[in-house]
Design a protein around this ligand. Structure first.
Ligand code: SF4
Length: 268
């Protein structure tokens, strides 16, 4: 929870200072068109943009558009993107996504949020990245780990969940700035307001930041358990290991309401 919560006009004043500090803020996923950006954004889940940018040149050389990618098998893709996290699931999603683009959108990337979020592997965040970067029309503020952390430290929001933060920022910043708000906060988070040791001494908005010089614990994710810590087993996993079979679904027994007897009817 930030020490002080800024009002909309204060948030906008800090935002404009940040824009001046990061005039080159932009989407750092390399792409040449909407199809490439959509695929790159799907691949960027739980992975850095730098890692995605290393695999996309070979991927798009082999599959330059949705029609080519729709004909691929997920196994073909795995060999090209196996340096990024969750590459098996992402390979399946990309091929299925390309198939849907061909089948329902003439091979093009749709331009509305409801259509985009129907594509495999595409959530609200990915859809808004594409809508904002390609056409300047996101339907919200993209909240990734940097936006989540920096917006809390700056006192722009008291919320911790991305969905709540998105609504809060959308209320406090004009719609025309939603796209650049994300890029600017991401740039600031990657270059100055680091998760571990934010560079408050070198930060151009420190005098406006309610958490300056004591921000380490604000907006940070809880630490991961050590690698050698025993995994927490859920009831289902324990049961599976013990060889237990899934219990059969209970039959729904419909009992008829007893007909009123002459006696009960009389007592009413
Ligand atoms: S002053 Fe420190 S905590 Fe505040 S935005 Fe700058 S780097 Fe982040």
């Amino acid at each position: 929870m930030p020490k002080k919560l800024l009002k909309a006009d204060e948030v906008q004043a800090v935002y404009h200072r940040l824009r001046a500090l990061h005039p080159d803020a932009h989407c750092e996923l390399d792409h040449k068109n909407a199809f490439e950006l959509l695929c790159a954004t799907v691949m960027s889940a739980q992975t850095t943009d730098v890692a995605v940018n290393k695999v996309t040149p070979a991927l798009f050389a082999a599959y330059p558009d949705a029609r080519a990618l729709a004909k691929a098998s997920p196994l073909d893709l795995e060999g090209l993107i196996n340096r990024i996290g969750m590459y098996r699931q992402k390979s399946k999603n990309l091929v299925a996504l390309a198939g849907m683009l061909v089948e329902h959108h003439g091979g093009e990337v749709p331009r509305t949020l409801p259509e985009l979020v129907k594509l495999p592997g595409v959530g609200r965040k990915t859809a808004n990245v594409v809508l904002g970067v390609m056409w300047g029309k996101p339907e919200g503020v993209v909240v990734d780990t940097h936006v989540q952390r920096v917006s809390q430290r700056l006192g722009w929001t008291r919320f911790t969940e991305p969905g709540d933060i998105e609504l809060d920022l959308a209320k406090k910043l004009p719609e025309k700035e939603w796209d650049m708000t994300s890029h600017t906060l991401i740039f600031h988070g990657r270059r100055i307001c680091f998760a571990e040791k934010p560079n408050c001494a070198g930060c151009g908005v420190s005098e406006l930041c309610p958490n300056a010089f004591h921000a380490e614990k604000v907006g940070r994710k809880p630490p991961r358990p050590p690698r050698d810590a025993p995994a927490v087993k859920t009831g289902a996993k324990v049961a599976k290991k013990a060889g237990a079979k899934r219990p059969a679904a209970k039959k729904l027994v419909v009992t008829k309401r007893p007909a009123k007897t002459a006696k009960t009817a009389k007592t009413k």
